[in-house]
Design a protein around this ligand. Structure first.
Ligand SMILES: [Zn+2]
Ligand SMILES: [Zn+2]
Length: 249
């Protein structure tokens, strides 16, 4: 009578062992798999976020063809028609809305450096989708040494370095520099804004005939990007593009 039950006694043991092994492997995989930077619950899927949190992000799909200002349709905004900027192209895939604004503020003000990986990943993957010649060099938006000492790091250089590694483009934070501290553009009235950044950047490297990409976390008024681009063009750069993670409305 024992024979018919023998397999039924041994089989559950084997299944239990296999099930325990499967569980151990799954737990080990989960322990090693990075969690989503936003919810901290689900495993990371792309650019540091899980599939659910990636759905929360707003893309900058309809915007000005020149400055990427969000618009209801793709055309050239009034400001670019009146005063075309000195840069040649803008790549800014996301809108500066929740949760992207939280991520970029976390990086800038709370030293949450993992969000640099998110910003760089988004920029690099969109740059790869954009048909264009590989740029010659990447320059992050520079800070003065006083501002750098105060914050301790330059978030644009963090993002720029990660993009440079991903796309194999040279980058240095020492090629262009900021000569003086300036009040924030949003603290100034319109006429003061125009002079605030005049001649504030200088170039230390040979940029003649080069295609340069300026990297920053967020594009707001575009005044800094415009002034940097003017400086690079004055020094002979053939093309200047602006790459940022997000664009304000
Ligand atoms: Zn998530
Ligand atoms: Zn525009």
């Amino acid at each position: 009578m024992a024979f018919p039950f023998q397999p039924a006694i041994t089989a559950p043991r084997q299944t239990r062992v296999r099930a325990l092994r499967r569980l151990a492997v799954r737990l080990w995989d989960q322990a090693l798999q990075p969690l989503c930077l936003n919810c901290r619950i689900d495993p990371e899927f792309n650019h540091g976020l899980c599939e659910k949190c990636l759905q929360l992000i707003s893309f900058n799909t309809t915007c000005c063809d020149i400055c990427a200002r969000p618009l209801t349709q793709n055309l050239i905004c009034g400001q670019c028609q009146k005063n075309p900027p000195s840069f040649d192209g803008v790549l800014t895939p996301l809108l500066y809305l929740d949760p992207v604004n939280r991520f970029l503020c976390g990086l800038k003000y709370r030293e949450q450096f993992s969000f640099a990986r998110f910003a760089a990943g988004v920029i690099a993957s969109h740059a790869l989708k954009t048909p264009q010649k590989t740029p010659d060099m990447i320059c992050p938006v520079p800070m003065t040494s006083k501002a750098l000492r105060k914050r301790g790091f330059n978030q644009s250089a963090f993002i720029g370095q990660l993009i440079a590694w991903q796309l194999g483009i040279p980058m240095s934070g020492k090629w262009i520099f900021k000569t003086r501290d300036t009040p924030h553009q949003s603290d100034l009235k319109a006429p003061e804004r125009q002079n605030n950044l005049k001649g504030v950047f200088d170039c230390k490297c040979q940029v003649r005939g080069k295609h340069i990409v300026i990297v920053d976390d967020v594009l707001t008024t575009g005044a800094t990007a415009n002034e940097l681009s003017k400086t690079l063009k004055k020094n002979g750069a053939s093309r200047v593009d602006i790459w940022t993670c997000a664009r304000t409305a």
